[in-house]
Ligand binder design. Sequence first.
Ligand SMILES: Cc1ncc(COP(=O)(O)O)c(C=O)c1O
Length: 385
Amino acid sequence: MHRSKLPNEGITIFSEMSALARRINAINLGQGFPDFTPDQTVIKHLREAFLHSTHQYAPMKGNEKLRKLLADKINFFQNTKLNEENITITAGATQAIFCAITSFIHPEDEVIILDPGYDSYRPSVLFNSGVPVAVPSQPPLFRPDFDRIKDAITDKTKIIIVNTPNNPGTHVWTRQDWENLADILSRREDIIVLSDEVYEHIVFDGKKHVSVLSIDGLKERAIAVYSFGKTFHATGWKIGYAVASNRIIHEFDKIHQYVVYAVNNVMQEGLASYLEHVKQHNGFEVLDQSDFFQKKRDFLYEALSKTRLKPIKPEGTYFMLADYSELSDKPDMEFAIELAHKIGVVTIPLSPLFINQPKELRMIRLCFAKKDETLEQAVAKLSQL
Ligand SMILES: Cc1ncc(COP(=O)(O)O)c(C=O)c1O
């Protein structure tokens, strides 16, 4: 018979909980997607592109105008000196993550993954016969533990994956965090830093996103990945980009060209036209969504603080963790399913987002990228707790 490449893997917890929400007609604060539409100006530029631009293949690395504008955007926010050659457009951040890992991981190479984390990292390492090395982070916001990271590095370590702003931890890496990592890696220039920065524009309380691309000692061997889906409230678009030094992106492109060759050209044309408009008329600052989401965060946080769920205030992303130990001692999967049936709100149990699942964890994750009325309805139900 055929031998499975991922014998222990089922469907993801996100698919499972979204299916449950549909089945029992519950409010879905589980999977991370907005229930509102993108800005109509973006849609207008996309519509124009569908009517008037080419419907044939884009260049392998992506539309040149779009890549130039993205370089301008990153240079604006991060004070970097990138150009279009440093950027490749991908089918979402997930494809960029897969290609980045595939570009550098040979059998038995080790990849450090901070636990808990986004669920595609581990299987992408396994597809390449690499070894995922999970390093526990520090609850409740799951900040990086640099002593543990240092101890996990071996001669076989080839990549460390960082995610800031962090899902599900919701902490944001400071410049000091990056400098700690640069210090640890100072004698290991062979280790690539894969930095997942898809929530770059959602950082709260006046803090700013710091990209690996701005860090001396790391930027030369970094690959940062981004997602238009997150930036424009449109996760269904599945379009993103990878950014790296010439040496690194050249290796990345060799894999990318045989995974998709090039990404949806009309979308690229429309996004380039929109970003050009933004650059000329509003400035790249309008891409920042921190204030928009901070209001939603504060609303949910204050409402949950009045219940027996203990919410943990996020520093970034559109997720919030909550400790339910005052309400129940059941494992999180059981608790989340019971909660959905009992009050009609679907959340995500946290333990499936770990490689090494802690036994005593009593936490769920809620997504607040929802219309105010959806959040109000959810809060009315959660207030029963
Ligand atoms: C941390 C993180 N990285 C990557 C992604 C995937 O981005 P995309 O939809 O562009 O593949 C997500 C989506 O939830 C995410 O939370």
